[in-house]
Structure formats: structure tokens, C-alpha cells
Ligand binder design. Structure first.
Ligand SMILES: *Cc1c(COP(=O)(O)O)cnc(C)c1O
Length: 244
């Protein structure tokens, strides 16, 4: 794939973001596009950075560590690295070393470890999203939120966990993150995204914690996610093409 086509892809995704915002009466300035570069050839990632993308998303520590320097050197400018994948608590030190945002916080233990590290290093509170599993699919990570609207137990457990995370001094709790199921018709993902927004509203009401940012929407479904309130979309294939 040549450089201009990456730039064209980015322009197309940005136009789709703008029209989704238009339909929802929102401003495109309120939606951050994270280009998901995982398992994409280096030249494509460099082309995207040279085309002006600033936010890059990875889901593996090892891959991010291996390529980061070269991408930074090629980009020349300021990049924001987002970690989207699961991190084992024993590898937590890599989060602030390699990234500026973490979208896949899936346990209180990991949250405490990350917070301790940030506080010990005298660093500014680290921006995090709590990942929740709305659909109950076994393949998906995150805190169990399946059926939360009808289950007092599920909601209470989430409430307790997010309450504890919100008090950690080393973390800047931005909001919630989820993944919709892979379906042919993106319209079918709408209840999942609306569900994340309703869950956020319920947690905010109950805890008094703002949770302003919703990280939701990928190549298959980001326009619907934006209509339902996404503030960060994580788009890989629509920018870079299919992964290896
Ligand atoms: C891979 C991935 C994406 C991007 O997926 P695409 O289908 O390539 O847009 C977004 N979020 C997470 C958590 C991912 O792992």
C-alpha cells in the first residue's frame, strides 16, 4: 500500500466521523481518532504518522516496544501512544514507560499497581479507561457488565470496583471502554454502545464520579459508536488495511 492511499483512508475516516457527529449534533472536536497500528507493516504506520495522525493504538507491549522508537523518529513530532490490550499485573511498569493512555484496565489489582507506580515516580495521574464486557461474550476482556441493568449484583460489583479505582491518586479515570461483537450489520452494535453510555450515566449518578470519556467503536462500527456518544474511536483496518 502506498503512502497516498493511507492519507486517503485517513481522510475518509475523518469524513465519516464528521458526518456521524453531524447526525448526532456533536462536534468532531469531541471525538479522538486513535489509529490502531497493531500488526501493521511499519511503512504503513509511518505513512499515517507522516500524514498527520497523532494518536496510535497498540495491543501488545512487546510489539509497541520494538517499533516505538522507529515510528517516533519517522514521525518527528509529538505522538500519543494508547495501550488497548490486556496487561498482566507483573508487567504494569511497561504502561507508563511506553504509553500515555491505557484503555484496558480490567482489575482493581492492576489499577492499584499502576497507581502505586505513578505515585512512587511522582508522575502526573495516568489517564485510564475501565474496560467492561457488556455482551457477556467469553472472548471479551473487562469487568463483567452483562445484564447490569437487571442485576443488582452485577451493578453493585462494578460500582464497588469503579469507586475504588476512582480514589486512586495515581490514576486519572477518564471513563469506560468496550468492544462490540463482530457483526455484518453495524446497526446491530447500537444497543451495546447505548448500553455503555447508560451504564456510565448510572455509575456517575450512583458514585458522583464523572467518567466523561467513552472509548468505543472500531472499523466495523465507529459511526454508530459516535452517534451513541463515543469520545474516542479506535480504528485500525479502515486506515491501514487488513492485518497480517
Ligand atoms: C484491534 C483493535 C481495534 C481496531 O480494530 P479494527 O477492526 O482494525 O478497527 C480497536 N480496539 C481494540 C481493543 C483492538 O484490539
Amino acid at each position: 500500500m502506498i503512502k497516498t492511499s493511507i492519507a486517503d483512508n485517513i481522510a475518509e475516516v475523518q469524513a465519516n466521523i464528521a458526518s456521524a457527529c453531524d447526525r448526532a449534533g456533536r462536534s468532531p472536536d469531541d471525538v479522538t481518532l486513535v489509529a490502531v497500528s497493531k500488526r501493521q507493516p511499519l511503512d504503513r504506520v509511518i505513512a499515517a504518522v507522516q500524514a498527520g495522525l497523532v494518536h496510535l493504538g497498540e495491543n501488545r507491549i512487546d510489539e509497541a516496544e520494538m517499533r516505538r522508537e522507529r515510528i517516533m523518529a519517522a514521525g518527528g513530532g509529538y505522538l500519543v501512544w494508547h495501550m488497548l490490550g490486556r496487561v498482566e499485573p507483573r508487567r504494569v511498569r511497561y504502561i507508563p514507560r511506553l504509553f500515555q493512555r491505557f484503555h484496558a484496565l480490567d482489575s482493581v489489582r492492576l489499577a492499584e499497581r499502576l497507581s502505586d507506580l505513578i505515585v512512587a515516580g511522582d508522575l502526573p495521574p495516568f489517564p485510564v479507561w475501565v474496560e467492561v464486557n457488556i455482551t457477556g461474550e467469553a472472548s471479551k476482556a473487562g469487568f463483567d457488565a452483562h445484564g447490569w441493568a437487571h442485576s443488582a449484583t452485577v451493578f453493585a460489583e462494578l460500582r464497588t470496583a469503579i469507586g475504588r479505582i476512582s480514589h486512586l491518586r495515581g490514576l486519572d479515570l477518564r471513563g469506560l471502554m468496550t468492544l462490540a461483537p463482530y457483526v455484518a450489520d453495524m446497526e446491530q452494535t447500537r444497543p451495546v454502545f447505548a448500553g455503555l453510555r447508560h451504564l456510565r450515566d448510572a455509575l456517575t449518578d450512583s458514585l458522583g464520579v464523572p467518567l466523561p470519556d467513552l472509548s468505543m467503536g472500531m472499523t466495523n462500527d465507529y459511526p454508530v459508536a459516535i452517534e451513541e456518544g463515543a469520545t474516542t474511536v479506535r480504528v485500525g483496518r479502515a486506515i491501514f488495511g487488513e492485518r497480517d
